[in-house]
Design a protein around this ligand. Structure first.
Ligand SMILES: Cc1cc2nc3c(=O)[nH]c(=O)nc-3n(C[C@H](O)[C@H](O)[C@H](O)COP(=O)(O)OP(=O)(O)OC[C@H]3O[C@@H](n4cnc5c(N)ncnc54)[C@H](O)[C@@H]3O)c2cc1C
Length: 332
């Protein structure tokens, strides 16, 4: 009798435990579902099959399977959502350094919106969201009497794209974004945020550690070296832009320099000496003004540009034994 009673208690205990487990699992599933729907409704509008060419300076490229325009602060939840659905994400800033494939981009393209209100200036530092356009950034700093960032004037990128590329200018006034960089908030593809300093970035010529990682830059901060009178800074900024406009090709459908300098020698010099200035494939042409630039004459495709890139690499190697490395990034 005693044995039967204890066995009944034992069976009841197991049942209660199993029921408890079932309830916990059920509650967990409900939580996952609620979180999923909450995230879905909380996301910016997702569009499908969106042509990307107008979001690039080259005006070239196919469509994104999924497309979102978002402020940098919204990026973590987008990445987390896409990760939970197994969708690959790609980040687009101002599209001034990318060649998008004619076949488009599978997955989700997140285009970062300009958001100058994210620029915060303190006594010694300035921080900005990844989507802030450099033109807005430089202008905002100038108006607040912060100098030292004029070298960025005229580079048509965003804060995020420029840290990713370690953008800057060469020549006697050589300066790169790494010269003023202090730190950044990054976000993993799972949506986890973390802060990093300059060591993490391993900056070199047009290179940062972001290029070999999946992390997305959300905010970056920079050191303020000098303060001066806003009018003087604005004047210097305008002079930089005018000087650029004078030396750059008039056709604005390009992505700036296609190749990095090769062992300190400007790639444009090598391409020019290889006899390729003005060379045309389809509607893409190596600029007659600046041989490191490839211009879209109107209806160029990504394949036309790629064919010119390969031709330049081949001819420069044949003539000088030098291997050109692309500065532009490929998407798709
Ligand atoms: C007319 C012209 C002149 C130029 N002059 C210069 C110059 O003087 N110096 C110079 O350095 N460059 C120059 N460039 C190239 C270009 O403007 C820079 O490389 C710029 O920094 C790219 O920024 P973006 O926002 O356009 O990046 P995009 O072209 O949108 O993206 C470039 C790469 O960065 C990645 N990326 C963008 N944002 C993020 C982010 N938040 N987190 C992680 N990855 C990100 C993208 O996925 C992509 O791989 C020029 C381009 C043009 C068209």
């Amino acid at each position: 009798m005693k044995v039967r009673k204890s066995r009944t208690f034992f069976v009841l205990g197991i049942d209660a435990f199993a029921f408890g487990l079932f309830c916990a699992f059920f509650v967990y599933k409900i939580c996952v579902l609620v979180r999923f729907f909450y995230m879905e409704f909380d996301l910016p509008h997702i569009r499908e099959n969106v042509p990307l060419k107008n979001f690039t300076t080259w005006k070239i490229g196919g469509s994104a399977r999924f497309f979102i325009e978002a402020k940098s602060a919204e990026v973590p939840k987008i990445l987390s959502w896409a990760n939970s659905k197994g969708i690959k994400t790609h980040i687009l800033g101002a599209g001034s350094n990318v060649l998008i494939k004619d076949s488009g981009v599978d997955g989700l393209v997140v285009r970062l919106k300009d958001d100058v209100s994210s620029v915060k200036i303190s006594e010694e530092t300035v921080s900005a969201g990844a989507g802030v356009r450099l033109a807005q950034f430089v202008d905002c700093l100038a108006k607040n009497g912060v100098s030292g960032f004029e070298f960025l004037a005229g580079i048509p990128g965003t804060i995020g794209g420029s840290v990713f590329m370690n953008a800057g200018v060469g020549g006697s006034d050589r300066r790169e974004i790494s010269d003023v960089f202090i730190g950044a908030q990054l976000c993993s593809r799972k949506g986890e945020r973390f802060w990093v300093g300059p060591d993490f970035m391993e900056f070199s010529h047009r290179k940062s550690a972001l290029q070999s990682s999946e992390n997305v830059l959300i905010f970056a901060s920079f050191k303020i070296e000098k303060k001066s009178c806003p009018d003087e800074i604005l004047k210097k900024t305008r002079e930089n832009i005018e000087a650029r406009l004078k030396r750059e090709p008039k056709n604005r459908r390009n992505a700036g320099s296609v190749f990095k300098a090769c062992g300190g020698v400007p790639a444009g010099f090598l391409i020019d000496k290889a006899g390729l200035k003005g060379c045309r494939i389809g509607d893409a042409q190596i600029s007659g003004v600046h041989a490191n630039w490839i211009e879209n004459l109107g209806c160029a495709t990504s394949s036309d540009v790629e064919a010119l890139i390969n031709l330049a690499k081949e001819k420069v190697f044949e003539k000088f034994g030098a291997r050109l490395e692309e500065e532009v990034r490929f998407l798709g």
